[in-house]
Write a protein that binds this ligand. Structure first.
Ligand code: TXA
Ligand code: MG
Length: 343
C-alpha cells in the first residue's frame, strides 16, 4: 500500500479533508493531527475498519480505542446514559484534551472497545480533527498513530516513520501543541477516576485534589487495558535519574561512561537549564524546566531522537510530579519500564 501524505494548510485544507473523509467512509485508515498527538482514524461504526487499526499498529486487540466526536449531538450514537457529572465535565473541557470513559452505546462495535461495555470518548479541539469528523458525519475511532509500544507521534514525520505503507493517508497538520495524550477519566463509577494523567489535571476534574483518585496499580483485570502494555519506548533502554541537578548530572555522566566502556552508545535526556553539566555529543535537550509545557510538547520527539541517533542507552533527568509534570513523569517512567534511580 502506498501511503498518501498531504499537508493541511490554507486553501489546501478543504481538499485534504474531503479526500480523507472519502477514504474513511470506504473503511480506510487516515492519520490526523489533534492538539495532543496524531491519531490513527477509522470509522468508529465499522468493525472491519477498527480491526485494520490493530493490524497496522500491531496493537493487542483487547486494548480499546478512543472514539472521537466533533459535536455533542454525536454523543448519543456513541454512548448510553451520560451522568450529570460527565455532562458538566464535557461542558467545561470539551472540545479539548480530556477523554471520558462512559457506558458503550449500541452503535459502537465491540471490535473498537476491546470487548468492553464501556467506551472512551473525546471531543478534540484541533481544527483539522474537528473538520475531518464533521465532514465524515460519523465518529472516528483513533488511537495514537504510532506502532504499538513506541512513543506517540507529535509530527506527521513520526507517523510516516512508523506506519508508512500500512495506512492509506497521513494528514500533516504540523507539530501538536500539547504533545502528550489526553487525560483519561473513568466516569462510570460513583467518583471520577483518573486512568491516565494529562494536560487537564485531576484537580481540575474533581475541583479538589483530595478526591482525585489516580489509578496507579496493576489489578488482575486492568481498568484501562492499555496500562498493562509497555509504552513509549525507544529502542534504547531508558533510565530516569532523580535528585538535585548536580548529583543527577554526576550520576548520569558515570552511567554514560559505564555504558560506553561496555561498548554501548549512550546519551542523556536533559533540560536547557542543565545541559551545561553534560558533555556535548551526549545531549538530547527536551526543553526548559521553567516551562513544563515545552517539556510536554517535546518529550516524545526527544525519545524518538534517541532512536535516530542509534542509542543503546538513554539516561534521563526527572521532573517534579506536580501539574503537567505528573503527566510527563507518567510517560517517562513508562518509557523507562520503571527503571528509576534516586541520587
Ligand atoms: O490524546 C489522545 O488521547 C490520543 C489522541 C489521538 O486523541 N489518543 C490516544 O489513544 O492516546 P490511545 O489508544 O493511544 O490510548 C487510549 C487509552 C489506552 O490506554 C486504552 O486502554 C484506554 O485509553 N481506553 C480506551 N477505551 C477504554 C475503556 N473503555 N476503558 C478504559 N480504558 C480505555
Ligand atoms: Mg497510544
Amino acid at each position: 500500500m502506498v501511503t498518501i501524505i498531504e499537508k493541511a494548510s490554507g486553501l489546501n485544507c478543504e481538499y485534504v479533508i474531503e479526500k480523507a473523509a472519502h477514504i474513511l467512509a470506504n473503511g480506510g485508515l487516515v492519520a490526523f493531527p489533534t492538539e495532543t498527538v496524531y491519531g490513527l482514524g477509522a470509522n468508529a461504526f465499522n468493525p472491519d475498519a477498527a480491526r485494520k487499526i490493530y493490524e497496522a499498529k500491531g496493537r493487542p486487540s483487547d486494548n480499546p480505542l478512543i472514539i472521537h466526536i466533533s459535536g455533542m449531538d454525536m454523543l448519543e450514537d456513541v454512548c448510553g446514559s451520560v451522568s450529570q457529572r460527565a455532562r458538566e465535565l464535557a461542558e467545561r473541557f470539551w472540545p479539548g484534551p480530556l477523554t471520558m470513559i462512559l457506558p458503550k452505546g449500541g452503535k459502537i462495535p465491540y471490535a473498537a472497545t476491546g470487548g468492553l461495555d464501556t467506551v472512551a470518548v473525546r471531543f478534540p479541539s484541533h481544527k483539522t480533527a474537528r473538520g475531518l469528523i464533521d465532514k465524515c458525519g460519523f465518529p472516528l475511532a483513533a488511537p495514537s498513530a504510532n506502532s504499538s509500544g513506541k512513543p506517540s507521534p507529535t509530527r506527521a514525520s513520526h507517523v510516516a516513520f512508523d506506519l508508512s505503507g500500512k495506512i492509506d493517508m497521513i494528514i500533516d497538520g504540523g507539530p501538536c501543541e500539547i504533545g502528550l495524550e489526553s487525560t483519561i477519566v473513568d466516569m462510570t463509577g460513583e467518583e471520577p477516576v483518573i486512568l491516565r494523567p494529562g494536560y487537564v489535571s485531576g484537580e481540575e476534574i474533581t475541583g479538589c485534589a483530595e478526591t482525585a483518585v489516580v489509578f496507579d496499580g496493576e489489578p488482575e483485570i486492568p481498568i484501562s487495558p492499555g496500562t498493562k502494555y509497555t509504552h513509549y519506548s525507544p529502542r534504547a533502554s531508558v533510565t530516569v535519574v532523580l535528585g538535585e541537578p548536580d548529583a543527577v548530572a554526576g550520576k548520569i555522566r558515570e552511567l554514560i561512561a559505564g555504558a560506553e566502556s561496555a561498548g554501548k552508545k549512550a546519551g542523556a535526556l536533559v533540560t536547557e537549564e542543565t545541559r551545561h553539566l553534560y558533555e556535548e555529543g551526549h545531549i538530547i535537550s527536551v526543553g526548559s524546566a521553567a516551562e513544563m509545557e515545552s517539556i510536554a510538547r517535546n518529550l516524545f520527539k526527544a525519545l524518538r531522537k534517541a532512536d535516530f541517533y542509534g542509542l543503546d542507552a538513554l539516561f534521563s533527568v526527572g521532573f517534579e510530579e506536580t501539574g503537567l509534570g505528573a503527566a510527563v513523569m507518567n510517560r517517562l517512567v513508562k518509557a523507562a519500564g520503571n527503571k528509576v534511580i534516586r541520587v
